[in-house]
Design a protein around this ligand. Structure first.
Ligand SMILES: [Zn+2]
Length: 444
């Protein structure tokens, strides 16, 4: 590799580096010329080519990889138990056909034939390399991947209406399916008849890159920076109507919160229209379940865009960067300020934010407070029941004395009722609030 030709622009670095990795994976085994040399690691003998690669002439996608680990993984991933093989590219010449994943089926895998937004090294490519019999694979290095997941066998028909990421109108504005990029609707030689929200010059349209605000002439309330995501809608800008916007957002308990200007709006269901105050237009909510699945698979602070996020929410930092979210450069913390979701003091969940250290103190205080409150509630119920039994036995008037005797009777009944109601109410509200708020503050 000639480093002279590598970009020095940070946001474009990974796109170029991914191209390099792509070529290396060809050399390592992902090549129609190499399948015939794959070996069975048990016997160390060459497998038949048809154990790895078959051609079904009349199928929509005629070239299929059916090596055992790939096939087993793909059946579960696509939710297609009858899958015969994972389609590889049928378009393109000798250089492309048979040696890349089919773009319609595995859109932004690093081993599709085209340059794509956010190329991902998924389990599919790693499984194929394992099936060569030449390598042991560390699957901890796979990156989270969602394209076509659980879409069923119908995905293999290549019919666009069965694909959740397709779009209809050329050049219509939308979002890349992982919500990180602004995209436009287009097809190409590798997408057959289908169109997807992709685009060109992906790095110019990454919501997470602050410099992109100038390029995109950010309209009202937009935010370009870490933890910003792309949303569809129709918002009238200074010069034109916009179909995709970048807003600071996050998932909380399956609900998407997005900050538009100084206001926070919530997406509760897919297709919900949000009309921000002071804005001509609306934002259309994505499916919160899908959006949050992507969000949860990503790493803290998007690895500060200084590394790649692998499965298990672990950042692998580029050289020179370190820390759990790659927020340290050459030993010094980067000053990557992240816009808070709410204006200071307005987050409904962080009103006690002023005293982050008192929260652990509050908890032990509330428990003793809760118990005395519940006892008086319990007593009126138990008194009529307990007293008739205890009165003839001991002292009907001395409550403190009666209690030790009645406790063995009362507690088994009240404990399961009282405690589970109070504790789960207190803890889940406070704990999740503390962590997400303090970590982004601490790390930069
Ligand atoms: Zn290639």
């Amino acid at each position: 590799m000639n480093k002279y030709h590598m970009t020095t622009e940070k946001k474009k670095f990974f796109d170029q580096f991914a191209t390099l990795l792509h070529e290396i994976y060809h050399i390592m085994g992902f090549s129609r010329q190499l399948y015939q040399f794959f070996v069975d690691p048990a016997t160390n003998k060459r497998k038949a080519l048809s154990d790895t690669y078959i051609v079904k002439n009349n199928a929509k996608f005629p070239y299929l990889i059916k090596s055992p680990h790939v096939l087993e993984y793909a059946k579960k991933y696509f939710n297609c138990p009858n899958l015969e093989g994972v389609p590889v590219e049928n378009a393109g010449g000798e250089g492309s056909a048979g040696s890349h994943w089919e773009k319609v089926v595995l859109g932004n895998e690093i081993m599709v034939a085209d340059q794509v937004a956010n190329p991902v090294l998924s389990h599919f490519t790693l499984k194929l390399l394992e099936d060569s019999g030449w390598y042991q694979i560390n699957y901890n290095m796979a990156e989270p991947y969602f394209w076509g997941k659980n879409e069923g066998c119908q995905l293999m028909t290549g019919k666009c209406q069965f694909h959740s990421n397709t779009c209809n109108t050329d050049a219509a504005e939308g979002c890349f399916y992982d919500y990180t990029f602004q995209a436009s609707c287009k097809g190409d030689t590798f997408t057959d008849d289908c169109k997807f929200f992709t685009g060109t010059d992906f790095s110019q349209h990454d919501c997470r890159v602050p410099e992109n605000k100038a390029i995109n002439d950010g309209h009202f309330g937009e935010y370009y920076g870490l933890k910003s995501r792309c949303f569809n809608g129709r918002i009238k800008g200074k010069k034109r109507l916009h179909g995709n916007m970048c807003y600071r957002s996050e998932c909380r308990k399956g609900v998407i919160s997005m900050r538009i200007g100084d206001q926070v709006y919530k997406c509760l269901y897919e297709g919900q229209k949000i009309k921000p105050t002071g804005v001509d237009g609306y934002v259309t909510c994505p499916d919160p379940k899908d959006f949050c699945a992507h969000d949860e698979a990503l790493c803290e602070n998007d690895c500060n865009l200084n590394g790649r996020c692998v499965v298990g929410n672990k950042c692998y930092c580029y050289p020179g960067y370190s820390g759990a979210s790659c927020g340290i450069k050459n030993g010094r913390p980067l000053n990557n300020a992240i816009l808070p979701l709410y204006k200071p003091g307005q987050d409904p969940k962080d009103k006690p934010v002023v005293k982050p250290e008192t929260k652990p103190v509050v908890k032990p205080e509330t428990k003793p407070v809760v118990k005395p409150e519940t006892k008086p509630v319990v007593k009126p119920e138990t008194k009529p029941v307990v007293k008739p039994e205890t009165k003839p036995v001991v002292k009907p008037e001395t409550k403190p004395v009666v209690k030790p005797e009645t406790k063995p009777v009362v507690k088994p009944e009240t404990k399961p009722v009282v405690k589970p109601e109070t504790k789960p109410v207190v803890k889940p509200e406070t704990k999740p609030v503390v962590k997400p708020e303090t970590e982004p503050v601490v790390k930069p």
